[in-house]
Design a protein around this ligand. Structure first.
Ligand code: PGA
Length: 244
């Protein structure tokens, strides 16, 4: 069985005191059982705090976005090299909130994934359909199109990413894809990955995952873990999901 990876996406939440309590709970509470890994992706200003709070623990950490560019006149952006310089492992790219609220298109997502890999980070590439796309029977074509853009840009490096399937209608809504619905899309993504020589890429599920529903999702053969939003803000709940 593949390792189960559980990644917290704090989104734009947190504060120095809250973070300290949450990070302390994770660093102290995570015993790194075999076959399980966890990571947290925090807002940029808190990454230095995350780095020092998690030093010496088995909890990895990452950013929630990264620039497609290496350096230069890109006001407000943060490069993969800057993140890598102080120990960042992961960068989420193509989250649906970036695609929907910031107009990120498939090509930009692919360029960000490439920039992350070039600096030694692992991009967590998010794909997922909207409710309208699902209702129109377009789930498969949407997620395959989103993955194909990244596969084309990365070529033989595709095997170095983590992929996250996050149906947009399940994010922050309390409405989770059923284990069977998630498995069906994960199997489609796995087949596309395998066709590109990247069968072993971890494929995470995201969208209203909580301790109460994680075990059923994690039991699916092509679900290799989760990308957890709201429930990652509670250290105990997050650790329970990671052990599901
Ligand atoms: P959620 O968010 O767990 O709050 O639904 C998941 C995500 O957006 O990564």
């Amino acid at each position: 069985m593949r390792t189960k990876l559980t990644v917290g996406n704090w989104k734009m939440n947190g504060g120095l005191a809250d973070n300290a309590a949450r990070l302390g709970g994770l660093a102290g509470g995570w015993k790194a059982p075999a076959g399980r890994e966890i990571a947290v992706c925090a807002p940029f200003p808190y990454l230095a705090q995350v780095q020092s709070a998690l030093a010496g623990s088995a909890v990895a950490w990452g950013a929630q976005d990264v620039s497609a560019h290496a350096s230069g006149a890109y006001t407000g952006e943060v490069s993969a090299g800057m993140l890598a310089e102080f120990g960042c492992r992961y960068a989420i790219v193509g989250h649906s909130e970036r695609r929907q609220l910031h107009g990120e298109r498939d090509g930009t997502v692919a360029a960000k994934a490439k920039a992350a890999l070039s600096a030694g980070l692992t991009p967590i590439v998010c794909v997922g359909e909207t409710l309208a796309e699902r209702d129109a029977g377009a789930t498969e074509s949407v997620v395959i199109r989103q993955l194909a853009a990244v596969a084309d840009a990365l070529g033989g490096d595709l095997g170095r990413i983590v992929l996250a399937y996050e149906p947009v209608w399940a994010i922050g809504t309390g409405r989770t894809a059923s284990p069977a619905e998630a498995q069906a899309v994960h199997a489609t993504l796995r087949a596309r990955l395998a066709g590109a020589g990247a069968r072993d890429v971890a494929v995470l599920y995201g969208g209203s995952v909580k301790a109460a529903n994680a075990a059923a999702l994690y039991a699916m053969p092509d679900v290799d873990g989760g990308l957890i939003g709201g429930a990652s803000l509670d250290a105990k709940e997050f650790l329970a999901i990671a052990l599901a």
